[in-house]
Structures are given as structure tokens and as C-alpha cells.
Design a protein around this ligand. Structure first.
Ligand code: PGA
Ligand code: ZN
Length: 422
């Protein structure tokens, strides 16, 4: 259905870390108007599309986004308003052409992705369908994804000494999305009790997981397994499994070694460590287990563990369809993380998901550590049928909004299947 754009507007709002981001609204000639909130990462890959900040130290410590807002209200609005587009992909291509840089650095990927998300939502409104149906692509079968709840935070998302960034629980064995969310919440509550009993603080990190003063990843894994059992679930793929995002680029040293709790580890030490972790704990997925530029390490890691667990590329793949295509050819990892603002348009994000699906790679749709109340990623995950999503803990409004949206979709469409799908 053609899109006739009548209005494009942005303003500066706050994200969940109290940093400025954009709220963008797009209006169509049929009267549909939709809004989008732009997410923002902390442990970003170097190849991500550029997030444009003002660098004016007198406002928000330099983190303001008035320049990006100005680009939406000025150049982008002027280029889009009054024009007809054959569909979202034509509109996204116009945004890419208008920017003219490979990393969207002229207008800002935060400006562009906000317009793209709002336009996708307005287009679904015009078509009279929910967003997930509006995002449907040929060959993809909609399904409700397994939520990966980040219940214990470290790395760049918490002030504790834990080097691994994310410890997630994934109710792979749940019969449906509502039961999966319930499992996430019950394990989260059990984990809070376990940590409190052991004398740890139960303060939260940026993604809503607990941030106790634990230093060894294995200590964190041990207490999470106890919490799964306490809550009455079976640890493992038949019940509630564990997924890790060490975000290893953050603790990789300039000399190529990795520093975990003060120990200096080589790439092969890291791989051995992961093998031991997979042997000992019900870990089903490891994201960014090695640094983004440790290409030979990634190949070794994939050879060593790729048959046993999901290996997800995030900082190294940056939701870039061309990079994921090359990784498939080179046998690097077996799944990709999917983040809208890493690549900067909805169309390119859908393309990245399509590359994964056609290659038999897993794909996990993801929030950022800085979020708004926007729930776009819930619909995106359902539409793609990728079977996996991560949106932080089952706590804090900006995280829970996505899980609640998944439950709402499941409630309205009880025919949609739940689970990994493959
Ligand atoms: P970020 O972290 O949003 O801070 O980049 C998320 C991740 O590494 O997956
Ligand atoms: Zn990551």
C-alpha cells in the first residue's frame, strides 16, 4: 500500500538511563499518525551506524540529540512530506540516499531509525493491521519468541566487579508466552531471595537484572541455577535454560588477551572456559563470547562449541546483512543479534533477519541497554518468526513493556505458536 507522508516530527526525550534520545512521529495522508522511541546502547560494536550526539558540554554532558532532532524536523521532513512511497522499503531507501554515508553519520542513525520505525507503525495503521502483521515478509512465519530475561547484570551495565555483561534465563520449555513470562518472573523473585540470603545487595543494573558483588561468572551461574530450581523449574532446555552475553569486546585487552576477574586469558583459554561452563551449567546460548575483531578466535569457538550451543554475533555483526552473509560463508557463529539502531532502518533490519532465516542461522531480536517505552521489537520478533528475543529483566517499565506486548499478541492470537521454532 503506498505511503503518502504528510508530517514528520521529532523531539528530545529521556531514555531509561536518563540520557536524551528521540521521539519521532510520522503522519500519513489517511490520518494515521504513529510515534517511535529510539533505543541507545552502551557496549556498542565499532561497526554500528552512528548515533548522533550534540557534544555540547553545556547540555546533558554533551549527550543531547538536538542536532538529530533538527535533521528530522528540517531536512528529513522536507524530503519526505508531500511525497508518495510505494512502501516502507522505498521510504527507507530515500532516507539512506538522503543521508548519503555508509554509517548514516550525516543525519544520524538515531534520527533515521526513529523515522523508519514510526513510518512502519503508521503504515500498519493505514493497512488496519497490528504492527507485527505489517512487518510480515515473504517466507517468514509469525511465532511468539522465547524471552531471554537478563536477571543478573555486569560489565558496562552495572558497577559490580563482574566482567560478563548479561546472565539471561530462557524458558525454552514453557508451553506459551504467558507461562514463559511467569517463569521469568518467578525465577527472578527466587534469585532476589537467594542473593539477599547470601548477604548480597539486590540493587539493579541498567537492564533491570540484579547487580550483586560477584566477580566469578561461575558464581553467578551457580546462584541462577539454584533460583531456577527454587522456583520449581527444571534447569535446562526442557525447562528454563541460561544464556550468556559476556560482551567480550569490553574486557578484551589491547594485546588481544581477555581479563576476567583479574585473570589474563588467551583466546584458547576463553574457549576452554566456555567449554567448562557448557559442561557444568545449563547454558544454551553464548553471545559475543569473544571480541569483535578476534576473527580467528570466533572460527575456533564455532568449531569447538557450535554444535552444542547457540553462538550469537552482536558487536561483530552489528545487524549488517552483508557482514552476516560473510559470516555464514566463513562459518563464524550460528546466530545473529538483531538491533534496529545498529543498522538504522527497519528495512535493513528485516533484511538481516531474512539472511539469517535463509542461511539456517538463529536470530535474536534485542533491545538496547538504554530504552524507552517503545515496544516495536516485540512485534518485530513475532513477525520474523525468529523465535528469540531479549529485552532485559522481567522488571522495570521499559523492559516489561516489550514482554507485556508479547503477552498481548499471544492473548489476541492464541493460534500463534511459541518457541524457538528450530
Ligand atoms: P548495549 O548492550 O545495548 O549496551 O549495547 C546490549 C548487548 O551487548 O547485547
Ligand atoms: Zn550483546
Amino acid at each position: 500500500m503506498p505511503l503518502h507522508i504528510t508530517a514528520v516530527q521529532a523531539m528530545e526525550i529521556l531514555d531509561s538511563r536518563s540520557r536524551p534520545t528521540l521521539s519521532v512521529s510520522v503522519g500519513l495522508a489517511d490520518g494515521n499518525t504513529a510515534r517511535a522511541g529510539v533505543p541507545s546502547g552502551a557496549s556498542t560494536g565499532s561497526g554500528e551506524a552512528l548515533e548522533l550526539r550534540d557534544h555540547d558540554a553545556s547540555r546533558y554532558g554533551g549527550a543531547g540529540v538536538r542536532t538529530a532532532v533538527g535533521h528530522v524536523n528540517g531536512e528529513i521532513a522536507a524530503a519526505l512530506c508531500g511525497r508518495d512511497f510505494a512502501g516502507l522499503s522505498a521510504l527507507d531507501q530515500a532516507l539512506i540516499d538522503l543521508d548519503g554515508t555508509p554509517d548514516k553519520s550525516r543525519l544520524g542513525a538515531n534520527a533515521i531509525v526513529g523515522v523508519s520505525m514510526a513510518a512502519a507503525r503508521a503504515a500498519a495503521g493505514q493497512a488496519g493491521v497490528p504492527l507485527w502483521q505489517g512487518l510480515a515478509t515473504d517466507g517468514a512465519t509469525a511465532r511468539l519468541p522465547v524471552p531471554h530475561f537478563n536477571v543478573l547484570n555486569g560489565g558496562a551495565h552495572a558497577p559490580n566487579p563482574l566482567d560478563f555483561q548479561e546472565f539471561m534465563i530462557a524458558p525454552l520449555g514453557a508451553p506459551g508466552i504467558a507461562e514463559a513470562v511467569r517463569a521469568g518472573s518467578e525465577v527472578y523473585a527466587a534469585l532476589r531471595r537467594r542473593l539477599a540470603e547470601a548477604g548480597h545487595t539486590t540493587g539493579l543494573g541498567d537492564e533491570g537484572g540484579f547487580a550483586p558483588d560477584l566477580a566469578e561468572p561461575e558464581e553467578a551461574l551457580r546462584v541462577i541455577v539454584q533460583a531456577i530450581t527454587d522456583a520449581g523449574y527444571e534447569p535446562g532446555t526442557g525447562g528454563v535454560a541460561i544464556a550468556l552475553d559476556p560482551a567480550a569486546s569490553e574486557f578484551r585487552q589491547p594485546d588481544g588477551t581477555y581479563r576476567v576477574n583479574g585473570q589474563v586469558l588467551t583466546t584458547s583459554d576463553m574457549i576452554t572456559r566456555y567449554r567448562q561452563i557448557v559442561d557444568e551449567f545449563p547454558v544454551w546460548s553464548i553471545e559475543d563470547g569473544l571480541g569483535e575483531d578476534d576473527d580467528t578466535g570466533w572460527a575456533e569457538l564455532t568449531g569447538a562449541l557450535g554444535e552444542r550451543v547457540q553462538l550469537v554475533g552482536d558487536d561483530n555483526f552489528v545487524t549488517n546483512p552483508a557482514i552476516i552473509t560473510r559470516a555464514v560463508q566463513d562459518g563464524i557463529a550460528n546466530a545473529a543479534l538483531i538491533k534496529l539502531n545498529q543498522i538504522g532502518t527497519v528495512t535493513e533490519t528485516l533484511h538481516a533477519l531474512e539472511v539469517c532465516r535463509k542461511a539456517g542461522y538463529g536470530a535474536m531480536v534485542s533491545h538496547r541497554s538504554g530504552e524507552t517505552d517503545d515496544t516495536f521489537i516485540a512485534d518485530l520478533a513475532v513477525a520474523s518468526g525468529c523465535g528469540r528475543i531479549k529485552s532485559g529483566a522481567p522488571a522495570r517499565g521499559e523492559r516489561v513493556a516489550k514482554y507485556n506486548r508479547l503477552m498481548e499478541i499471544g492473548h489476541r492470537h492464541p493460534d500463534l505458536p511459541y518457541g524457538l521454532g528450530r
